[in-house]
Design a protein. Structure first.
Length: 76
């Protein structure tokens, strides 16, 4: 189960509070302390190629798209 799938399941279980409580107790993924799934892009949700310097928390693809808006300059 991926990180986004369990949120979709929670939306479906809002009508059934008893089932949702049991799901949260047994099936919710635990918070990560290490590994690739700990850091993900805040913009698109990708796990790989993460730029975490300066607390940016973006993948490299999103960083390239919005780097000039943030204030970074490209030097050739």
């Amino acid at each position: 189960m991926t990180a986004s799938d369990w949120n979709k399941i929670l939306k479906q279980l809002k009508a059934k509070p008893a089932v949702m409580k049991k799901f949260l107790k047994h099936c919710k993924p635990k918070e990560r302390t290490t590994g690739i799934a700990r850091q993900k892009c805040e913009r698109c949700g990708r796990f790989g190629a993460h730029v975490g310097q300066y607390n940016i928390n973006l993948c490299r693809q999103c960083f390239r798209e919005i780097a000039t808006e943030i204030g970074f300059k490209k030097y050739n």
